[in-house]
Design a binder for this molecule. Sequence first.
Ligand code: NAD
Length: 280
Amino acid sequence: MGIDSGSRTGVGTSVEGRLAGKTALVVGGGQHPGETVGNGKAAALLFGWAGANVMVADAHLDRAEETAAEIVAAGGEAVAHQCDITAEAECEAMIASAADRLGRIDVLHNNVGIGTHDGSPTRITEEGLDIILDVNLKGLVFTCKHAIGVMRPQGSGSIINISSVAAVSPFPGVGYKTTKAAVNGYTQSLAIRLARDGIRANVIMPGLMNTPMAIEANLQYRDISRQELVEERDRQVPLGRRMGTGWDVGYAALFLASDEARFITGVALPVDGGSSARIG
Ligand SMILES: NC(=O)c1ccc[n+]([C@@H]2O[C@H](COP(=O)([O-])OP(=O)(O)OC[C@H]3O[C@@H](n4cnc5c(N)ncnc54)[C@H](O)[C@@H]3O)[C@@H](O)[C@H]2O)c1
């Protein structure tokens, strides 16, 4: 494939061929506009560069199309699909479209998640909590529900859900914390339930990442410069005093998606530069 994935991501080695012959659906594979790469887009690009035929789904079609176009420009295969996962009917239609356009679904990567509309225990609102539950939990559950219907007859599949280290560490917002903890619990029960079908289910818990979602969203309500915000977040990370990037989450997802992880299911993997190790 005509892309030097190693130098583009700063890791050095190529991912070529690691997902050869596989198909992948990346939900939330677009990204918030910004200077750095998002977690979902990074995973989608790495899957495509590694040889998978990828469907990139996103509520914003233009974002999905941008990711798909980058994969195709590198010589890979990708299509885009518009879907708001807060409606079960849209999740069902997305899975049907993926099965139809890709032929099968080997990898399902659920990246969608929001930290907005949240509140402390005394400030959370009914409307805000409903929105976070719908986006962070309900959409993921219904996407999995319909994807399982495709994976079961295949006798294989890898489901990768994105939660957060907020699931296992102190976090001020009620909605984000509880939905991410629920994603961990849900993925664990999926793993047990689907093991007999040859389907693996794992969760990645990103820590402090230098992604547009984290940086741009924070800048909106903090009276602080971008540089100060980045430095403040960097200081909190044990490993090298530097945030991770979308590529770090993407590489973890690539491993879990591949046959290299064929005996791994039910795992909650922190990708956080050691932040959660402080908790034990
Ligand atoms: N960036 C961090 O520091 C950090 C830390 C921990 C966990 N996470 C998790 O990582 C994930 C997001 O990472 P990212 O950097 O790719 O974010 P991103 O916001 O750039 O990408 C998410 C994509 O999801 C799409 N989306 C939002 N709502 C949707 C919906 N209802 N239906 C379909 N698509 C929808 C957005 O349009 C966007 O393109 C979230 O699950 C988040 O909780 C991020």
